[in-house]
Design a protein around this ligand. Structure first.
Ligand code: FES
Length: 381
């Protein structure tokens, strides 16, 4: 099986435009507001959803060369993802085996050795302990390297389970999302090295925004939604992952043309790939992408979103860098001022809504959101 080819997606979007609705789930879905605020449920989400199932921890292009690394801190797990001399990407707990100091720092970096600043224990890119000043004091040392998490690389992305010794079957986990990601050509991307880091409310309410094609022409009517035909989305559910198609206004001019022959198919529709539980990849094959990561916590009512822009060509000229920065600032403003302020407002209401037994309601046209909540409940069960 493979993901829906993009021309077929174009056909389905045109069908939805003509039918005046999105792809439909079988029924509406109610999710208790309590699930967005309950601290014990939040703790289980971190433990089960984020630490016992695969997370997309980096794109392959983030660490293309041996010695390249990236660090992140998610679900109370500080990790470093590093490409070894053998070309294999590995994820380690970013904590020295002496007394726990971080051995790598900075969002992205390059080093053939990770040296703990506290007492200079040294690890190589495969996590092996290769240097230890005063070794005679540790004659009985019981460890030989960093703690490694199960890790696999597919379709230009690196996935890890943040539980030591857990079984990782990444092909099973991704299913047809693997071929959907392959269609995006993630391996040949160049990151604009300016991070956008934004506060938001509850992580699931934040994810709801990324999975929701319904709000585009309303909340974003004056910005990124201006070119869209709202609420005519396609939803491809690949296990817990979702590919969302968005119809753009130009699609109606192509009614009599086969999607294979559309002159510029990506002006006719937009795409979001949501890799469960917390990654949104917005953009097209052959064009730039925005990758957003949702970091839950530290409380149920808080999350942080980190975004990077990726381009198909290296950013070498001042003009290219200025254009990339302009794009980054546009999406920063839109996602914070329109999306995340909305999520923060919703999160402020969850206590009172939960106290009155009120649910959040997801329509038949909100299949991506329904899939998110169904999968979280399934995993927690
Ligand atoms: Fe790392 Fe001591 S904590 S060398």
């Amino acid at each position: 099986m493979t993901a829906t080819p993009l021309p077929d997606l174009g056909r389905r979007l045109l069908t939805n435009v003509d039918a005046n609705h999105s792809d439909f789930a079988e029924s509406m879905m109610l999710v208790p507001a309590e699930e967005y605020r309950d601290p014990s449920r939040f703790a289980r989400e971190l433990d089960v959803v984020f630490r016992r199932n695969p997370l997309l921890v980096a794109l392959s292009c983030d660490i293309p060369n041996p010695g390249d690394f990236t660090t992140l801190d998610i679900a109370d797990r500080p990790i470093v993802v590093v490409r070894g001399e053998d070309g294999v990407a590995r994820t380690f707990l970013n904590a020295c085996r002496h007394r726990g100091r971080s051995v790598a720092e900075g969002c992205f970096g390059h080093s053939r050795r990770m040296t703990c600043p506290y007492h200079s224990w040294v690890y190589d890119t495969e996590g092996k302990l290769v240097g230890l000043p005063g070794r005679e004091g540790f004659a009985d040392l019981d460890v030989d390297g960093l703690m490694a998490y199960p890790t696999a690389e597919r379709a230009g992305a690196i996935f890890s389970i943040l539980t030591i010794g857990a079984a990782l079957d990444i092909d099973e986990w991704l299913g047809d999302m693997q071929s959907a990601l392959e269609m995006l050509n993630l391996t040949k991307l160049h990151r604009h090295d300016v991070e956008t880091k934004l506060p938001s409310g509850n992580w699931k309410a934040t994810a709801d925004g990324y999975l929701d094609g319904y709000h585009l022409g309303y909340l974003h009517r004056n910005t990124i939604g201006a070119k869209a035909i709202t609420n005519r989305n396609t939803y491809d559910l690949y296990g817990p992952h979702v590919r969302i198609g968005f119809a753009n206004k130009g699609i109606v001019d192509q009614r009599d043309v086969a999607p294979e022959d559309w002159p510029e198919p990506y002006d006719c529709f937009s795409l979001v790939h949501y890799v469960f539980p917390n990654i949104s990849i917005s953009g097209h094959p052959h064009r730039s992408l925005m990758v957003s990561r949702i970091y839950p916590g530290p409380t149920p009512g808080e999350s942080t979103v980190v975004q990077y822009q990726y381009f198909r060509e290296p950013l070498v000229t001042d003009e290219q860098r200025a254009e990339a920065e302009q794009k980054r600032q546009l999406y920063r403003d839109v996602t914070y001022e329109e999306d995340f302020l909305t999520v923060i407002d919703i999160t402020r209401h969850t206590d009172v809504l939960a106290a009155t037994g009120e649910p959040f309601r997801f329509g038949r046209n909100e299949m991506g959101n329904q899939n998110l909540h169904r999968w979280i409940s399934r995993l927690l069960a």
